[in-house]
Design a protein around this ligand. Sequence first.
Ligand code: C2E
Ligand code: MG
Ligand code: MG
Length: 580
Amino acid sequence: MTLATKHLLVVDDNPVNVEMILDLLDDHGFDHVHGLSDPREVLGYCRAVRPDLLLLDIRMPHLDGYGVIEQLREHFVGDMPPVIVLTAQVDDATRHRALEMGVRDFLTKPFKHDEVLQRIRNILEIEQRFSIRDQQAATLEQMVAKRTRELDYQSRTDPITRLANRRGLTQSLRETAMSANGAGLLFIAVDGIDDIIRLHGYSVAERLLKQLGSTLGNPLDDNHQLGLWGGSEFLVIAPGHTPAALGTLGITLLHTFEQDLLVDDLLLSVNARIGISEAAGHFDPDRLVQMAALALPQSNGVRLQHYSQDLEDQQRQRLHVQRALRDATSRHEMSLAFQPKICALHHRVIGAEALLRWYHPELGHVSPGLFIPLAEASGDIFAIGNWVIEQALGFIAEWQDAAWMTADFNIAINVSARQLSRRDFADTLLTQIKRHGVELAHLSLEVTESGLMNDITNARQQLEQLHTAGIAVAVDDFGTGHSSLAYLKTLPLSTLKIDRAFVMDLEESLVDRQLARTITQLAHGVGCNVVAEGIETPAQADYLRSIGCEIMQGYFYSRPLPAADFIELCTTWEHTPRPA
Ligand code: C2E
Ligand code: MG
Ligand code: MG
């Protein structure tokens, strides 16, 4: 430590004392020493240049040493320069009071030079150590603060896209919620990332997400915040937007997905769906996100949807039905109904379509049109589909020896896309048929067009196996899907069912009559026979018969019937008059 650079201030009302100490210090290498004999000047002096040490007399006119310390304490708050008191009084009261005020040491008059120098050096050394320690502490504090800021930023940022992550978004949403100006949210679900991961790996998918993050940011302004909510879900916070503006922004964002993205050498394309929610004034951030997620369109085709209470109610109802559906078969709530199929030429019952019926004690009758899609989504369709097969085979086994059940009598069961997508579907079905001892000719399947197209390679394999075994398969609801007859032609199908949509307006619509005729001709052209479903009037039946439909089905002939009623119908059919 170089004491020479230290700045000392000596204050004593007796100039002789001041002079004496200044000389002493000067002789011992202190270059920055200053003296004052008027205590009232001390504060002003210290304000201008803060000394490293004060040697302060206690007894002085106008303002005593205590008064000076009081002023300095007030001015320097916690950082007062150290003070050594110069005093002739050594009584305990003086000592105690001075120490209480933060005085470091005492020098008693008359001064002993060695002691004066030593005490000064001691205090300056201690101060020096304190100051080094303070500097180190300050540097450490700065480093910790910087690191804390970095960690905080990292914890709020997604490392791949560099966008706010869920935590960051939640924080921003909370801040926006406080502002009382309301906010809109766009919940963007990117579809197709899983396929990209499967085909090209995680690193390609990550780079794609990064690119998406920056493309999505392009149409946004400073008012918006874009972030990554989950694996492939982005969120845009748009404070104070109207629903219309949010819709427009959503459409703009959807447009960005129309362009393929170049990742490495790959041109990749993904799709997105957007759910929109908005709130006025203060709002609950979690609820706003939940509303936007709920508004995410689920059905094919729709890409953007605003939240509404109706939508939420519908979804709750769906969820309710989906829960109720679980184990419905084991609770004996399901049954099969049979809708007769009539041979157009001979007006004979030549079989039936088995249709699933569900009666829930609380929900009542639930339509298969409603619960089958839900069962497909939840995977319950496997258990339910299997139950249908077992039930139908049980009935056929029971009926196949009855006189009314002719050799070509056929019961068709509906099979969903997901069932058919199982690689062991045909094997399992054939085993079940064998176990029930059912003639193969008595069972056929109905599969919708979209069901066939879902996983065409596997569907083809399953259909070929069934065809070889001798089980007929019909395309159901023909005309409502992609209607690629050219494509269907390549599959081993035996029957085409014209959808009710074409049948219902036959009488009024020339176009529908032409369509029904063309479909029938085309089906015959590829070797399929034709079933018309949903026939409700004699005129519809007549027309369909006239264009060559082989089989008729619809309320005009019979509604779907419980098994006992169906048997009754079959056994008494001979006596049913042929419709005009
Ligand atoms: P689908 O296979 O096209 O069945 C024909 C639907 O039309 C049945 O409705 C039937 O009751 C109804 N229908 C028949 N004739 C007429 C008519 O003249 N007029 C009117 N308005 N409707 C008629 P349902 O029973 O409600 O079944 C709806 C759909 O649910 C079925 O359409 C089928 O896709 C599916 N489904 C029914 N049972 C099963 C099943 O066991 N498994 C699977 N995977 N799907 C099933
Ligand atoms: Mg059907
Ligand atoms: Mg149908």
